[in-house]
Design a protein around this ligand. Structure first.
Ligand SMILES: CC(C)(COP(=O)(O)OP(=O)(O)OC[C@H]1O[C@@H](n2cnc3c(N)ncnc32)[C@H](O)[C@@H]1OP(=O)(O)O)[C@@H](O)C(=O)NCCC(=O)NCCS
Length: 385
């Protein structure tokens, strides 16, 4: 029996590996820069909207006023939840995690799309529109149903962010609340070859359908090392409770070798540019709401982690503070991330279909070789191999 083998040592977590070409977004990890289609994320956050950003990602163009109006109308017209999906949501446990609900609903939607396996540009764009339009409706409908209320029908004329807040609360949000969430959606729309996008394109690269690719992506985004981190941040802040307890809490976490959600990144060695914008938003939202407690605690956590570990915050640290202050329930933080990242996932799936190659890496086998097979009648116990 030979122990182990070496086909070359594996690059743990594929850090630095390049899986293909993309024209969608690019991260400069050393300088802390992010571009979508060549445009700096800070410019988009300040000037653009989620709808315009999705159009930019999908079409490679900044839309004219007329094109953007048509695109908004296309999204608005696809927001209604099919009755069969609403019925499905009613059957799910009220305690279900909204990310699991979203994954289930997207999977179910595929069953009612007659063109599910059509990968033409036109059919794929239609799926992208439908999924982007319906994510907020699925989530808000489940939020209402799981609280014993009737879902609130979407409004066609509102933008994605405003319509989501409306369906969650029954009230048309203030211009500033809409703008804050809209900026957060712009900042989350795409991010190079992140884990959930990779899941989506691995699935798409087998020439499986868009719904399967997006279902894979939702399952991947859910994890606490990826999109799930924003929910972890708020759980941490609630657990800490008071500003003066932040340093000791950070010390205890680090002493226990636990990861602190909202810090560190696989690509950035500089400040995450999205965190810069979200930090400014979090401060402004807190001040406008007359409550800066969460923002101040988050800043204290940032300082404490930097002093002890030299780790920068990532996108999830201050987004958690923004969503919490906007009154979005914690279980919907990662789904809000998905509501935005769907634009990037769809763009990558479309790009993948246009120039496809099966994605099939190898693993570095480190197990035994030459192990003799022992027939079952000679085994009195389990035999370790
Ligand atoms: C995102 C993440 C997985 C990237 O990790 P990575 O590049 O693979 O880096 P590693 O997990 O190998 O960590 C490298 C070192 O930094 C530490 N580190 C990284 N992120 C940390 C965190 N959030 N809290 C505490 N320590 C952290 C590791 O413990 C390790 O320290 P060591 O060398 O003393 O053992 C990681 O930073 C993390 O788990 N962050 C928390 C979850 C999170 O916020 N995810 C959202 C990402 S946008």
């Amino acid at each position: 029996m030979n122990s182990g083998s070496n086909n070359g040592s594996a690059d743990a977590g594929l850090r630095g590996a390049v899986v293909g070409d993309t024209r969608l977004s690019s991260i400069n990890g050393e300088e802390g820069r992010l571009i979508y289609r060549g445009i700096d994320i800070h410019d988009l956050a300040r000037e653009s909207t989620f709808e315009e950003t999705a159009y930019l990602l999908w079409h490679g163009m900044l839309p004219s006023r007329a094109s953007l109006a048509a695109f908004r109308a296309d999204l608005g017209a696809r927001r209604e939840l099919p009755a069969v999906i609403e019925d499905l949501l009613r059957t799910l446990p009220a305690t279900a995690a909204p990310m699991d609900v979203l994954r289930t609903a997207v999977s179910a939607l595929a069953l009612f799309d007659e063109k599910v396996d059509n990968r033409s540009r036109a059919a794929t764009l239609e799926k992208a529109l439908r999924l982007t339009a319906i994510f907020p409706t699925i989530l808000a409908a489940f939020h209402q149903l799981s609280n014993g209320r009737k879902p609130i029908a979407p409004k066609r004329d509102l933008d994605t962010a405003a319509n989501f807040l409306y369906m969650m609360t029954g009230k048309t949000p203030s211009e500033s609340a809409f703008r804050v969430l809209d900026m957060a959606l712009v900042l989350h729309a795409d991010h190079g070859m992140n884990a959930s996008t990779f899941s989506a394109i691995v699935t798409a690269a087998t020439l499986s359908d868009m719904y399967s690719a997006i279902t894979s992506a939702i399952g991947t985004l859910k994890g606490p090392l990826h999109g799930g981190a924003n929910e972890g941040v708020i759980h941490n802040l609630l657990e800490i409770g008071e500003l003066d307890r932040v340093p000791a809490w950070v010390d205890a976490k680090l002493a226990a070798h636990e990861k602190i959600m909202g810090f560190g990144h696989a690509v950035y060695t500089a400040y995450d540019p999205r965190a810069t914008d979200l930090k400014a938003l979090a401060g402004a939202v807190g001040a406008a709401a007359g409550s800066t407690k969460w923002f101040t605690m988050t800043e204290a956590m940032e300082r404490a982690v930097w002093e002890r570990k030299r780790l920068y915050p990532n996108v999830d640290l201050y987004s958690a503070c923004v969503y919490h202050t906007l009154g979005i329930p914690t279980a919907y933080f990662t789904p809000v991330f998905a509501m935005s990242r769907i634009a990037g996932w769809c763009a990558h799936v479309m790009e993948q279909y246009e120039d496809n190659k099966l994605i099939r890496p190898r693993a570095n086998y480190v197990g035994n070789r030459g192990v003799a097979y022992m027939p079952i009648d000679q085994r009195d116990t389990d035999i370790a191999v």
